[in-house]
Write a protein that binds this ligand. Sequence first.
Ligand code: AMP
Ligand code: ZN
Length: 301
Amino acid sequence: MKCRRCKGSAVIKMPRHNTAFCDPCFQEYLLKQVAKAISSGKMFSKDAPVLVAVSGGKDSLALWDILIKLGYETVGLHLNLGIGTYSETSQKMVEKFANARGLELIFHSYQESYGLGVVQIAKESARPACSACGTMKRHHFNRIAMEKGFPVVATGHNLDDEAARLLGNLLKWQVSYLEKQSPVLSDDDGLWAKKVKPLYRLPEREIAAYTILNRIDYIVEECPMSKGAKTFTYKETLNQLEEASPGAKHQFYLGFLKQKETSFPTPPPANIENTCLSCGQPSMGDQCGYCRLIERATAVS
Ligand code: AMP
Ligand code: ZN
Protein backbone atom coordinates (compact mmCIF):
# COMPACT_ATOMS: atom_id res chain seq x y z
CA MET A 1 0.00 0.00 0.00
CA LYS A 2 1.50 3.32 -1.10
CA CYS A 3 0.91 6.85 0.14
CA ARG A 4 -1.14 8.72 -2.44
CA ARG A 5 0.79 11.93 -1.92
CA CYS A 6 4.44 10.90 -1.78
CA LYS A 7 4.33 7.23 -2.88
CA GLY A 8 6.13 6.25 0.34
CA SER A 9 4.97 3.28 2.36
CA ALA A 10 1.44 3.93 3.68
CA VAL A 11 0.54 3.36 7.34
CA ILE A 12 -3.18 4.08 7.17
CA LYS A 13 -5.89 3.36 4.66
CA MET A 14 -8.54 6.05 4.37
CA PRO A 15 -11.55 4.50 2.62
CA ARG A 16 -13.61 7.67 3.08
CA HIS A 17 -11.13 9.54 0.89
CA ASN A 18 -10.37 6.50 -1.25
CA THR A 19 -6.71 6.91 -0.37
CA ALA A 20 -3.87 5.89 1.93
CA PHE A 21 -1.19 7.96 3.68
CA CYS A 22 2.29 7.46 5.05
CA ASP A 23 3.03 8.72 8.58
CA PRO A 24 4.14 12.31 7.76
CA CYS A 25 1.48 12.83 5.07
CA PHE A 26 -1.24 11.50 7.41
CA GLN A 27 -0.17 13.84 10.20
CA GLU A 28 -0.06 16.78 7.83
CA TYR A 29 -3.57 15.92 6.61
CA LEU A 30 -4.85 15.60 10.19
CA LEU A 31 -3.40 18.91 11.36
CA LYS A 32 -4.89 20.60 8.31
CA GLN A 33 -8.33 19.23 9.15
CA VAL A 34 -8.10 20.71 12.65
CA ALA A 35 -6.74 24.03 11.35
CA LYS A 36 -9.65 24.14 8.88
CA ALA A 37 -12.19 23.48 11.67
CA ILE A 38 -10.67 26.28 13.77
CA SER A 39 -10.54 28.86 10.99
CA SER A 40 -13.87 28.07 9.31
CA GLY A 41 -15.66 28.09 12.67
CA LYS A 42 -13.72 31.21 13.82
CA MET A 43 -13.11 29.20 17.00
CA PHE A 44 -10.10 31.07 18.38
CA SER A 45 -6.92 32.83 17.39
CA LYS A 46 -3.34 32.85 18.58
CA ASP A 47 -3.94 36.06 20.57
CA ALA A 48 -5.51 34.45 23.64
CA PRO A 49 -4.87 31.20 25.50
CA VAL A 50 -7.28 28.30 25.03
CA LEU A 51 -8.46 26.19 27.95
CA VAL A 52 -8.32 22.57 26.77
CA ALA A 53 -10.56 20.17 28.71
CA VAL A 54 -8.53 16.98 29.02
CA SER A 55 -10.08 13.79 30.33
CA GLY A 56 -7.05 11.51 29.88
CA GLY A 57 -8.71 9.79 26.92
CA LYS A 58 -7.25 9.75 23.42
CA ASP A 59 -9.34 12.51 21.87
CA SER A 60 -8.63 15.30 24.31
CA LEU A 61 -4.92 14.43 24.63
CA ALA A 62 -4.61 14.30 20.84
CA LEU A 63 -6.39 17.66 20.67
CA TRP A 64 -3.97 19.23 23.14
CA ASP A 65 -1.01 17.83 21.21
CA ILE A 66 -2.36 19.13 17.89
CA LEU A 67 -3.13 22.61 19.23
CA ILE A 68 0.44 22.90 20.49
CA LYS A 69 1.79 21.76 17.13
CA LEU A 70 -0.40 24.35 15.42
CA GLY A 71 1.19 27.03 17.65
CA TYR A 72 -1.68 27.87 20.00
CA GLU A 73 -1.18 28.95 23.58
CA THR A 74 -2.96 26.39 25.76
CA VAL A 75 -3.64 25.45 29.38
CA GLY A 76 -5.14 22.06 30.29
CA LEU A 77 -8.09 21.55 32.62
CA HIS A 78 -8.72 18.19 34.23
CA LEU A 79 -11.72 17.40 36.43
CA ASN A 80 -11.19 14.49 38.78
CA LEU A 81 -14.67 13.00 38.92
CA GLY A 82 -13.90 10.71 41.85
CA ILE A 83 -14.78 7.44 40.08
CA GLY A 84 -12.29 5.14 41.83
CA THR A 85 -9.35 3.77 39.87
CA TYR A 86 -10.83 5.02 36.60
CA SER A 87 -10.40 8.64 37.75
CA GLU A 88 -6.99 7.94 39.29
CA THR A 89 -5.69 6.49 36.01
CA SER A 90 -7.29 9.30 33.98
CA GLN A 91 -5.55 11.94 36.09
CA LYS A 92 -2.22 10.10 35.84
CA MET A 93 -2.45 10.06 32.04
CA VAL A 94 -3.12 13.79 31.91
CA GLU A 95 -0.28 14.54 34.35
CA LYS A 96 2.12 12.36 32.41
CA PHE A 97 1.27 14.14 29.17
CA ALA A 98 1.57 17.63 30.67
CA ASN A 99 4.75 16.93 32.65
CA ALA A 100 6.53 15.42 29.66
CA ARG A 101 5.90 18.61 27.70
CA GLY A 102 6.15 21.16 30.53
CA LEU A 103 2.52 22.27 30.07
CA GLU A 104 0.35 24.13 32.54
CA LEU A 105 -2.52 22.13 33.97
CA ILE A 106 -5.47 23.12 36.19
CA PHE A 107 -7.02 20.41 38.37
CA HIS A 108 -10.36 20.31 40.06
CA SER A 109 -11.39 17.42 42.29
CA TYR A 110 -15.06 16.74 43.12
CA GLN A 111 -14.06 14.65 46.10
CA GLU A 112 -12.07 17.56 47.53
CA SER A 113 -14.82 20.10 46.83
CA TYR A 114 -17.87 18.18 47.98
CA GLY A 115 -16.53 15.15 49.80
CA LEU A 116 -18.39 13.16 47.14
CA GLY A 117 -17.56 11.74 43.72
CA VAL A 118 -19.90 12.18 40.76
CA VAL A 119 -21.50 8.76 41.26
CA GLN A 120 -22.59 9.61 44.81
CA ILE A 121 -23.65 13.12 43.75
CA ALA A 122 -25.89 11.57 41.07
CA LYS A 123 -27.25 8.98 43.47
CA GLU A 124 -28.02 11.41 46.28
CA SER A 125 -29.75 13.80 43.92
CA ALA A 126 -31.64 10.95 42.19
CA ARG A 127 -30.27 11.79 38.75
CA PRO A 128 -28.91 9.39 36.12
CA ALA A 129 -25.11 9.31 36.46
CA CYS A 130 -24.28 10.54 32.93
CA SER A 131 -26.77 13.37 33.09
CA ALA A 132 -25.49 14.59 36.49
CA CYS A 133 -21.92 14.24 35.22
CA GLY A 134 -22.75 16.34 32.13
CA THR A 135 -24.31 19.11 34.25
CA MET A 136 -21.28 19.13 36.56
CA LYS A 137 -18.75 19.18 33.70
CA ARG A 138 -20.50 22.00 31.83
CA HIS A 139 -20.66 24.04 35.04
CA HIS A 140 -16.98 23.58 35.87
CA PHE A 141 -15.71 24.11 32.33
CA ASN A 142 -17.52 27.42 32.21
CA ARG A 143 -16.91 28.51 35.78
CA ILE A 144 -13.16 27.84 35.69
CA ALA A 145 -12.78 29.44 32.25
CA MET A 146 -14.64 32.59 33.36
CA GLU A 147 -12.84 32.82 36.71
CA LYS A 148 -9.42 32.39 35.17
CA GLY A 149 -10.07 34.59 32.16
CA PHE A 150 -10.10 32.08 29.31
CA PRO A 151 -12.44 33.18 26.52
CA VAL A 152 -12.58 29.70 24.97
CA VAL A 153 -12.88 26.11 26.20
CA ALA A 154 -11.98 23.37 23.72
CA THR A 155 -13.15 19.77 24.11
CA GLY A 156 -12.08 16.62 22.30
CA HIS A 157 -15.47 15.67 20.81
CA ASN A 158 -14.86 14.00 17.45
CA LEU A 159 -16.94 13.21 14.36
CA ASP A 160 -18.17 9.92 15.84
CA ASP A 161 -19.34 11.68 19.02
CA GLU A 162 -21.17 14.38 17.11
CA ALA A 163 -22.72 12.04 14.54
CA ALA A 164 -23.91 9.69 17.31
CA ARG A 165 -25.43 12.60 19.20
CA LEU A 166 -27.19 13.79 16.06
CA LEU A 167 -28.55 10.32 15.39
CA GLY A 168 -29.85 10.10 18.97
CA ASN A 169 -31.53 13.50 18.70
CA LEU A 170 -33.13 12.57 15.39
CA LEU A 171 -34.34 9.16 16.56
CA LYS A 172 -36.16 10.86 19.41
CA TRP A 173 -37.04 13.92 17.30
CA GLN A 174 -35.58 16.22 19.89
CA VAL A 175 -35.80 19.12 17.48
CA SER A 176 -34.98 21.77 20.06
CA TYR A 177 -31.63 20.06 20.71
CA LEU A 178 -30.62 20.25 17.06
CA GLU A 179 -30.13 23.99 17.16
CA LYS A 180 -27.76 23.65 20.09
CA GLN A 181 -25.70 20.97 18.40
CA SER A 182 -22.78 22.81 16.92
CA PRO A 183 -18.98 22.66 17.03
CA VAL A 184 -18.98 26.31 18.13
CA LEU A 185 -21.21 27.68 20.86
CA SER A 186 -20.67 31.35 21.59
CA ASP A 187 -22.46 33.71 23.85
CA ASP A 188 -22.79 37.39 23.20
CA ASP A 189 -23.78 38.26 26.76
CA GLY A 190 -20.34 37.41 28.09
CA LEU A 191 -21.78 34.96 30.64
CA TRP A 192 -20.40 31.88 28.96
CA ALA A 193 -16.98 31.07 27.66
CA LYS A 194 -17.11 30.03 24.01
CA LYS A 195 -17.21 26.23 23.68
CA VAL A 196 -15.52 24.66 20.68
CA LYS A 197 -14.88 21.18 19.29
CA PRO A 198 -11.91 21.43 16.92
CA LEU A 199 -11.88 17.65 16.20
CA TYR A 200 -15.42 17.52 14.81
CA ARG A 201 -14.20 16.79 11.27
CA LEU A 202 -12.14 13.75 12.35
CA PRO A 203 -13.43 10.23 13.02
CA GLU A 204 -12.29 8.38 16.13
CA ARG A 205 -10.29 5.93 14.02
CA GLU A 206 -8.06 8.68 12.62
CA ILE A 207 -7.51 10.21 16.06
CA ALA A 208 -6.59 6.77 17.43
CA ALA A 209 -4.04 6.41 14.62
CA TYR A 210 -2.62 9.84 15.48
CA THR A 211 -2.12 8.89 19.15
CA ILE A 212 -0.35 5.67 18.16
CA LEU A 213 1.95 7.41 15.68
CA ASN A 214 2.83 10.05 18.29
CA ARG A 215 3.10 7.54 21.16
CA ILE A 216 0.55 9.38 23.26
CA ASP A 217 -0.40 7.28 26.25
CA TYR A 218 -4.06 7.51 27.25
CA ILE A 219 -6.69 5.73 29.31
CA VAL A 220 -8.21 3.06 27.09
CA GLU A 221 -10.93 2.02 29.52
CA GLU A 222 -14.33 3.67 29.00
CA CYS A 223 -15.96 5.33 32.00
CA PRO A 224 -17.53 2.49 34.08
CA MET A 225 -20.67 4.59 34.52
CA SER A 226 -21.25 4.73 30.76
CA LYS A 227 -21.74 0.96 30.36
CA GLY A 228 -24.81 0.25 28.26
CA ALA A 229 -25.13 3.89 27.14
CA LYS A 230 -27.13 4.35 23.92
CA THR A 231 -24.24 6.32 22.40
CA PHE A 232 -22.30 3.10 21.90
CA THR A 233 -25.17 1.58 19.92
CA TYR A 234 -25.44 4.70 17.77
CA LYS A 235 -21.70 4.66 17.15
CA GLU A 236 -21.78 0.99 16.19
CA THR A 237 -24.65 1.58 13.78
CA LEU A 238 -22.82 4.51 12.20
CA ASN A 239 -19.68 2.40 11.87
CA GLN A 240 -21.66 -0.24 9.99
CA LEU A 241 -22.99 2.45 7.67
CA GLU A 242 -19.48 3.81 7.22
CA GLU A 243 -18.18 0.36 6.33
CA ALA A 244 -20.87 -0.13 3.69
CA SER A 245 -20.63 3.44 2.47
CA PRO A 246 -17.32 5.19 3.27
CA GLY A 247 -17.82 8.85 4.07
CA ALA A 248 -21.37 8.31 5.40
CA LYS A 249 -20.55 9.70 8.87
CA HIS A 250 -18.95 12.83 7.48
CA GLN A 251 -21.84 13.36 5.07
CA PHE A 252 -24.39 12.87 7.84
CA TYR A 253 -22.88 15.32 10.32
CA LEU A 254 -21.31 17.92 8.05
CA GLY A 255 -24.40 17.80 5.85
CA PHE A 256 -26.47 18.60 8.93
CA LEU A 257 -24.25 21.58 9.80
CA LYS A 258 -24.61 22.90 6.27
CA GLN A 259 -28.39 22.49 6.30
CA LYS A 260 -28.53 24.25 9.63
CA GLU A 261 -26.69 27.22 8.19
CA THR A 262 -28.88 27.55 5.14
CA SER A 263 -32.33 26.17 5.74
CA PHE A 264 -33.09 26.01 9.45
CA PRO A 265 -35.38 28.74 10.80
CA THR A 266 -33.68 31.35 12.96
CA PRO A 267 -33.77 30.02 16.52
CA PRO A 268 -35.67 31.93 19.18
CA PRO A 269 -33.37 33.80 21.55
CA ALA A 270 -32.01 31.62 24.35
CA ASN A 271 -34.27 31.87 27.33
CA ILE A 272 -31.48 32.49 29.79
CA GLU A 273 -32.03 35.88 31.28
CA ASN A 274 -31.08 35.25 34.86
CA THR A 275 -27.95 34.44 36.70
CA CYS A 276 -27.98 31.84 39.43
CA LEU A 277 -28.28 33.43 42.85
CA SER A 278 -25.98 30.79 44.36
CA CYS A 279 -23.12 30.55 41.88
CA GLY A 280 -23.58 33.52 39.56
CA GLN A 281 -23.60 31.48 36.37
CA PRO A 282 -26.27 31.84 33.66
CA SER A 283 -29.54 30.19 34.59
CA MET A 284 -33.18 29.96 33.47
CA GLY A 285 -34.41 30.71 36.98
CA ASP A 286 -33.00 31.85 40.31
CA GLN A 287 -31.02 28.66 40.75
CA CYS A 288 -29.10 26.81 38.04
CA GLY A 289 -29.26 23.05 37.36
CA TYR A 290 -25.82 22.53 38.87
CA CYS A 291 -26.66 24.24 42.16
CA ARG A 292 -29.97 22.31 42.44
CA LEU A 293 -28.02 19.10 41.91
CA ILE A 294 -25.37 19.90 44.51
CA GLU A 295 -27.92 21.17 47.02
CA ARG A 296 -29.87 17.91 46.80
CA ALA A 297 -26.75 15.75 46.91
CA THR A 298 -25.19 17.49 49.89
CA ALA A 299 -28.48 17.88 51.81
CA VAL A 300 -28.97 14.11 51.98
CA SER A 301 -25.40 13.07 52.65
P1 AMP B 1 -17.02 12.62 27.09
O1 AMP B 1 -18.24 13.38 27.38
O2 AMP B 1 -16.51 11.82 28.24
O3 AMP B 1 -17.09 11.86 25.81
O4 AMP B 1 -15.89 13.70 26.86
C1 AMP B 1 -15.97 14.66 25.85
C2 AMP B 1 -14.91 15.70 26.07
O5 AMP B 1 -15.14 16.38 27.30
C3 AMP B 1 -13.50 15.14 26.17
O6 AMP B 1 -12.90 14.98 24.91
C4 AMP B 1 -12.81 16.19 26.99
O7 AMP B 1 -12.45 17.30 26.20
C5 AMP B 1 -13.91 16.66 27.94
N1 AMP B 1 -13.86 15.91 29.23
C6 AMP B 1 -14.51 14.77 29.55
N2 AMP B 1 -14.21 14.38 30.80
C7 AMP B 1 -13.35 15.30 31.30
C8 AMP B 1 -12.67 15.45 32.55
N3 AMP B 1 -12.82 14.60 33.54
N4 AMP B 1 -11.85 16.53 32.71
C9 AMP B 1 -11.69 17.42 31.70
N5 AMP B 1 -12.29 17.30 30.50
C10 AMP B 1 -13.12 16.27 30.29
ZN1 ZN C 1 -25.68 27.94 40.28
